[in-house]
Design a binder for this molecule. Structure first.
Ligand SMILES: [Zn+2]
Length: 280
């Protein structure tokens, strides 16, 4: 990760493709299968969602993410290693106001029994519920206000999960060869194959993590309440695109995340940052 100036945004740079840059916005959405990908011209970058969730939650709006391969390292399947890296490097506050997408009226998208919606709220909150045909995953639901602290403590460590029968199917197709019990929670018929969960409801927490990363592809941190039921990367990213289409459902405001953000065009009383962590 390399520093970038104000209004640069988050961009992936493929050093192995002559420095091709792919902005982390939904207009460059690429392949969506078990992870979220971006593409531009001949280049692509896969599995961006956990890193993006960490960046948006830590207040990093401008950064170059340089890669020498088409995939962000999976690490341990969570966002915790990326949080660690950003905190080790430090974040510089820039002399430009941070911009947010503030939701003015509800927006929703439904596909069968899967649903995702965004409602007006003074803060960024996520409610997620999941239900799978598995004894450990019949129903999990959680609502959280997402701040830097709550993200770091409650969401970032939650690992991705998969079902053993799916892993076997992927391997037969030559995929997920790097997948192991070290970078995902693997569910067998009745339980977890790995020794221990990090949270009792680690699964729904990871879905919140994915949703934060995918939603960040609108290009701004969001002020609103995201509600998702049984969604996944395909619906999250389709919804990010829908949000940008419904231009009367939101406005861009600028300010400080701890105060009421101001509509763009209204003078902001204090100099605030486009990147940086809240000091409170
Ligand atoms: Zn994930």
């Amino acid at each position: 990760m390399k520093p970038a100036p104000a209004n640069h945004g988050i961009r992936f740079r493929r050093s192995d493709l002559g420095g091709l840059e792919i902005p982390a916005v939904v207009t460059h959405l690429g392949g969506i299968q078990y992870a979220t990908g971006l593409s531009l011209k001949e280049g692509s970058v896969e599995t961006v969602e956990h890193l993006l969730a960490a960046l948006v939650s830590l207040g990093v709006d401008n950064v170059i993410v340089e890669l020498n391969s088409p995939e962000v390292p999976i690490m341990d399947g969570s966002a915790a290693p990326f949080v660690y890296l950003v905190n080790e490097a430090g974040v510089k506050r820039l002399q430009a106001p941070r911009r947010y997408l503030k939701v003015l009226r509800p927006i929703s998208l439904t596909q069968g029994d899967k649903r995702i919606a965004l409602y007006p709220s003074d803060h960024f909150k996520v409610t997620y519920s999941i239900s799978f045909d598995h004894p450990l995953l019949r129903h999990q639901s959680r609502t959280m206000r997402i701040t830097e602290d709550s993200f770091v403590e409650e969401i970032a460590p939650a690992r991705t999960f998969g079902f053993l029968k799916e892993v076997e199917m992927l391997r037969q197709r030559g995929l997920a060869l790097g997948g192991s019990l070290d970078n995902a929670i693997v569910l067998g018929e009745t339980g977890v194959l790995n020794n221990a969960l990090r949270f009792e409801d680690e699964f729904v927490r990871h879905k919140i993590l994915d949703a934060i990363g995918d939603l960040s592809l609108v290009g701004y941190p969001v002020i609103g309440h995201l509600v998702a039921h049984r969604a996944g990367h395909a619906l999250h990213t389709a919804f990010a695109a829908r949000i940008l289409e419904e231009v009367d459902a939101w406005k861009i405001v600028e300010g400080d995340e701890r105060n009421v953000a101001q509509p763009v065009g209204v003078p902001v009383p204090v100099a605030v940052a486009t990147t940086g962590r809240p000091t409170a």
